[in-house]
Design a protein around this ligand. Sequence first.
Ligand code: DGL
Length: 273
Amino acid sequence: MQEKQNKSLKNKAAIGIFDSGLGGLTVMSAITKLMPKENIIYFGDTAHVPYGSKSKKVVTNFALGISKFLVRHNVKLIVVACNTASAFSLETLKKYIKVPVIGVIEAGSVMAAENTKNKKIAVIGTEGTIKSDAYAKEIKKHDKKIKCFSRACPLFVPLVEEGWLDNKVTEQIIKIYLNDIVNKDIDTVILGCTHYPLLKNTIQKVVGKKISIIDSATAVAFEVQKLLKEQNLTNSTGKGSLAFFVSDSPEKFQKLGSKFFNKKIINVTKVEI
Ligand code: DGL
């Protein structure tokens, strides 16, 4: 009886998701669409964003602090929605955090490796993600013959934060960043950053329709669903409650977040970690 009650409590526990700021809401949006009954706690480290230009040590310290915060809220699983934190800190988190931890890089890499026909993939992301080479390493695990071309696109995050998703300047900047890799005859591009899905249409316009764009958010949502099923942790009777925590300005997060989440955001609390 007691065991059954504990089990049900575990199923009802929330999924924890974190990112350096707003961008991880694209991953949360994919998860809520696929699993609307799951309760979710989101943490956006808005006091320390951007992670993309910071060192591995600094990002890993933030990621550990946030994961411990989520564990104190009894989450049953943690999704590292931030690509930079996934690239830098996943191994450390898996070592020190007592609930399962899923990053975004493996799911996106598998999806891209399965999609490419000519075995040429481009990866775009923050400076940290690209320097870590995490996507290329993961893709090679899947298929050694695949060639990866990567490019850091540091201006994309501020463009998205500014809401410049499809104007002429954005299109021009995308062209400058992607020209070289498009000329390598790639057939697949991985959007290796939480913010880039919002630029997907403009990127598609620049690279052309023949190139597939992989957005790892959906792939991660399927991975979360699979893991919950495997570990018997699915919440099939929940109400899908959502809570948001940030390390700075709840008002700004609430105002800009709806763009990433595709829904109005309420219930945002500022916390110190
Ligand atoms: N969330 C980050 C990522 O996916 C992008 C924003 C940042 O640099 O913190 O890499």
